[in-house]
Structures are given as C-alpha cells and as structure tokens.
Design a protein around this ligand. Structure first.
Ligand code: G6P
Length: 608
C-alpha cells in the first residue's frame, strides 16, 4: 500500500519526484525510494527507510540526475520496513515500483529462483522486476515483454516500470489499484492520485483495470491487456493545487478538529434552505431516485464505517426503509442477496480505500438500484465509479486519524436519512432536523470549551493500558469511534461497546485501574446506560459520564461527570464525538506519539 510518482521530461526531474512523493505520503511512510535513468543509460537507484524527507536529504548529497524516473513511498505489506524491502526493485535492465499485492508471488518466486534470479528483498513486488527480466527475448519489444509478465501476475497492482535502454519512457499498468497519467506541457507524469499531479497539470488520464500505457514526454499510448491500442480523451481536473498548512496549530489533527464548525457552516450555506434540504444534493435527479428506495446498504472501512452505523439508526428511526451497514473487507468476499430497490452507499474520505473500491465494483454488477458515494476527495476512484456522489467538502484531511471527515460524513448521512424519510414519511421531521443542524455551530463552540477538561482527563488516562467506551443507540457507534481514535494515536488499548453488552464479557476486564467512559445524551436510553455504569462502579471501575441530562448524579472519586451542552436528539452524535477526539489528541500529546502519522498506519489503505 503505497504511493507512486514518476515523470518523463526534457529536464532533470529529481525535485519533481520528491515533491510528488510528499503529496502521496498519506498512503504510507515506512520507506521511500526512486530510480532515474542517467545520461549514460544506467539506472540509478536511491532508497531509504523512513519518510520522504530522508530521501530528500539523501538526494541532496548525491549526484544522481535524470530526465525519466519513478519514485515510491511505502507502507509495508510483505516484509518489514527496511532498506532492502524499499522500492524501486531492480532486475537486469528494469526498475519497478508497485502498489498492491501480488497474490501468486510465492509461486512465481520459486520458478524465478530456479531460473537463477536472486532475490534481495522479502517483498512480493520484487517478483515483478525479475519476471520482467525473465520475459526478455531478442524478438520482443518492451511492450510485449511487459504484456508477457503481466499475463503471469495475479493480484492487484499499480505498476511503473523503467528500462535502462528506453530513457524516454515509463510503462505503467493497473489492475485494482489506481494510477493516473498527467499530461503536462513539457513533461508527462504518473501518480497514484490527482493531488500529486495538479501542481504540474490539470489534464490527466486514469488507467482502467487491465490497461497499460507507454508514457513518454510528448505522448501517451494506451493498450488493453492483449496489447491492442485504445484511445481515450484526457480528463481535466477541476481541483486546484492549494498547499495545506497547519494554520498555527501544532498538529494537523488539532487543526482538523477545530475546523469542524466551519465545515458545518459551509453545509448549512450550501445544502440547506431556510427550512428544508436543497433539492438533489446527492447528484442530478437524485431526489427522484431516492424516492424509490426501499433498502439501503452502506459499505465502508474504519471511521467511515462507524459513520455508517449511525446512519442505520437514523434511517430506520425516520423511515420504513431497512438499512444494513457493513465493513467493506467483509462485504467484498461474501455472497450477497440484494432485494429490489436497494441503494448501495459507499462512504470513504479518500475515495481510494481498496476494499471499498472493490465493494463498489461488486455492487455495480449486482442488483442495486443505484450506487451513491459519500467522499471527500473529488474525482477519486470511488466517486468516478458511482452513479451519484456527494462531496463532503471538508477540505484535505491530512492527519491519519480522521476527525473532520467523520463529522462531514455524519452531516451527509443525516441529510440522506432525512431525504429518504420523505417518501415513507414515518414522521415529518425535515424542518426539525434542518433546525437542529443550524444550531450546531454554536453548540460546537461550547463543546470546544471542554478542551481544558479533556486535558485534565487525558492526564488521568495517559498511563492506563485499557479503556472502555460505552453507548447505546446512535451513541454506540460514537463509542466505537472514540475507542478507535484513542488506540490509533495514543496506542492505548480501547474498545467501544454497546452498553448493554458490558455484562456479556467486557465487565470481566473492569477493575480499579480501568477507566470506563459512558456517552449518555439526554434521550430515552439514559436509565439503561446509567444502570450499565452502576455495574462498572460496583466493580470499582473509574466512570466518566458525558451527558447533558440534568440529573442529580453525584460526583465522587470514582465517577466524573462531564456536562455537555444541550443539543437536539438527531445532532447528538456530532456533538458527543468532539470531546472524544480532543481526549485522544491530548492523551497522545502526553504520550508524545507521532500524532499526525501514527506508527504502522496510513491515511489511505490502498491494499486489501
Ligand atoms: C484508514 C484511515 C482511517 C479511515 C479508513 C477508511 O484506516 O487511517 O482514518 O477511516 O482508512 O478510509 P476512507 O478514506 O475509505 O474513509
């Protein structure tokens, strides 16, 4: 799971490669490397462990130059993050970079070892380099060699290949992993996503599955897997190349937490009328399509999946539509039954998560009425594959731990649930929900004031090894999200539970050292959550209650009450997640972890 960048130009391209890799670091930051074809037609490779800045340092002290090259930032799948496993991988005249997983690499490795190829890494990717070298014959041209090698590969890949005797071209191929070709005035580029291209050019061609291309400075030739030429006009991206700064904040995560109010302001301005939701906010003619929907099937990963779980509560409460929410990596491999008039909804901040992309592809060939995506990145793979799309307009989210994308997804999902409720009219709540959303900016201002309490609480959490978050109803997915945030950036083991499940197992973990956080907005489930928390107190657990219910709860050494601002029923999840994000952030500050780029993780998971 990695980022790929490359360029063919009339001038030296080292700086371009580094700049491109910086923009792709969200896809992995374990190690980095690049290969250039030098003036003397030799492949010059530089690699390092760690981040792109380390590669930049290395490059500044080396004399490696070239006008054609490929570069890579890695997230380890096969083989630990060390120098020998860093990309590019070389064999004979070839150098390659790869994103994806080669499923038959063990098999191919045995065959190639028998042929005398020597492996120097533990990666599946190295197989590709040797496979290419093994396909070389006098009669075959470069395209035929690559086609012959691709024919033997099973799995997913975005691949870029250079050959020392072809100093003016890069061959790229894609199957299941994205790769785009950017067409500039005096150079052509390749990249894993559009963001890495837009500072160079707005004109691009996305490679489709099972396609390859020969990319040179003035030309791009596309082929199918049989080697037949294809023609396709380039697209023009509407995005602009803004650099994202921390804006005075210490970390991107902190900045993104505090941006959530502005994003909601934008939604209110762009998507809401005075009392209702504006028409067709899910794409042209989407209101008509949504009227006919009888079932909704959400598929997503990570934080986006947690958002979908809340939508399930909203949709079934507001309408008579049945709703399922599912993890993409499960959905993609299981047998599915799709009732008529089912809407498939993919939720993804990046729009590039491999499991979600595969799920959308599977859904496209199933009996769904329509495919809707809720994404933050315009022109991302998932957006391109969908019939309808809603752009979250949250602006780039840089921190690996998702915060503002989550609340933007929740707003989109609340608007979707409300739009869907129009046809089944279980309740007529559109006015009420629009009214509640409009109160959010002020409520969030008050919620942010809890930061000082979260700092105090974080100090109490910093040396803990385990934490439980409990909630019922729509607060249960917030408990899941709270636990996910804490484990992602503070490395404290945390679990989110439906409060009623406590006595079915997790209660066994509770002792005097175990903090248990109860999320308890004022609703019809308060008494049930309270009784679950009493079960914790009876086992000497430390209880923290977040609530806006005016209750005569007595604070004591074992029970802390954090008073939340009053808020409407539907918007409560958007309010209650904020202190959870702040808590994780401040625990991570105490623990001095790498907050924006936590160990072992990546912003966009582009392999399964
Ligand atoms: C990674 C990120 C998470 C994110 C998940 C799904 O694990 O670190 O923050 O929630 O992928 O990503 P997506 O872009 O599909 O929402």
């Amino acid at each position: 799971m990695c980022g790929i960048f490359g360029a063919v130009s009339s001038v030296d391209i080292q700086k371009d490669l580094i700049e491109g890799l910086f923009k792709l670091e969200y896809r992995g930051y374990d190690s980095a490397g690049l290969s250039l074809i030098s003036k003397s037609s030799k492949i010059k490779r530089i690699r390092c462990t760690g981040k792109v800045k380390e590669l930049k340092k290395l490059l500044s002290t080396s004399k490696v130059t070239g006008k054609c090259g490929i570069a890579h930032t890695r997230w380890a799948t096969h083989g630990i993050p060390n120098l020998r496993n860093s990309h590019p991988h070389n064999s004979g005249p070839f150098s390659i970079v790869h994103n994806g997983i080669i499923e038959n690499s063990d098999e191919l490795k045995l065959i190639l070892i028998k042929k005398g190829f020597k492996f120097t890494s533990d990666t599946d990717s190295e197989v590709i380099a040797h496979l290419l070298a093994s396909c070389v014959t006098k009669k075959k041209g470069l395209l035929e060699i690559v086609l012959a090698a691709l024919d033997k590969l099973k799995g997913s890949f975005a691949l870029a290949v250079i050959h020392q005797d072809n100093p003016d071209s890069i061959i790229v191929a894609s199957n299941g992993s994205p790769l785009l070709i950017g067409i500039g005035k005096s150079a052509t580029y390749i990249a894993s996503d559009i963001h890495a291209l837009i500072s160079k050019t707005k004109k691009y061609i996305p490679l489709e599955d099972n396609e390859l291309a020969i990319v040179s400075r003035n030309n791009v030739s596309l082929y199918n897997q049989k080697g037949k030429k294809i023609t396709r006009s380039p697209l023009i991206t509407k995005q602009s190349s803004k650099t994202v700064s921390k804006n005075g904040f210490k970390h991107y995560m902190q900045k993104e937490i505090f941006e959530q109010k502005d994003i909601i302001d934008r939604v209110i301005k762009d998507r809401l009328g005075s009392k209702t939701i504006l028409p067709n906010i899910f794409g042209p003619k989407s209101d008509v399509m949504l009227k006919s929907i009888k079932h909704v099937h959400f598929v997503a990963c990570g934080t986006s999946y947690n958002a979908s779980l809340i939508a399930k509560y909203w949709i079934e409460e507001l309408s008579d539509i049945m709703c399922t929410a599912e993890i993409a990596s499960e959905y993609r491999y299981r047998t599915i039954n799709v009732p008529n008039d089912t809407l498939f909804v993919a939720i993804s901040q990046s729009g590039e998560t491999a499991d979600t992309i595969y799920s959308v592809k599977k859904a496209k060939s199933s009996n769904y009425k329509s495919i809707l995506s809720i994404c933050n990145v315009p022109e991302s793979t998932i957006t391109r594959l969908s019939d309808y799309s809603y752009l979250m307009q949250a602006g780039p989210e840089i921190s690996v731990a998702s915060t503002k994308a989550f609340t933007s997804q929740l707003i989109a999902l609340l608007l979707l649930s409300t739009t869907l409720s129009r046809s089944s009219a279980k309740y007529s709540v559109e006015y009420e929900i629009v009214k509640q959303i409009k109160t959010l900016p002020k409520i969030l201002d008050k919620t942010f004031e809890l930061e000082k309490d979260m700092k105090i609480m974080a100090k109490q959490f910093k040396n803990k090894h385990h934490t439980l978050f409990l909630g019922r109803g729509a607060s249960y997915p917030i408990a899941l999200e709270a636990a996910l945030k804490l484990k992602e950036i503070s490395y404290i083991h945390a679990e989110g539970y439906a409060a009623g499940e406590l006595k079915h197992g997790p209660l066994a973990l509770v002792d005097k050292d175990m903090p248990v956080v109860g999320l308890m907005p004022d609703n019809n489930l308060v008494n049930q959550v309270l009784s679950n928390l009493s079960e914790v107190k009876a086992r000497h657990g430390l209880v923290y209650i977040f609530t806006n219910k005016k209750m005569k709860l007595k604070k004591n050494d074992k029970t802390k009450i954090i008073t939340m601002p009053a808020c409407g029923h539907y918007i409560a999840p958007l309010v209650y997640v904020i202190p959870m994000q702040l808590l994780s952030y401040h625990v991570a500050i105490f623990k001095k972890t790498n907050i924006d780029q936590p160990r072992n993780l990546a912003k966009s998971v582009t392999v399964e």
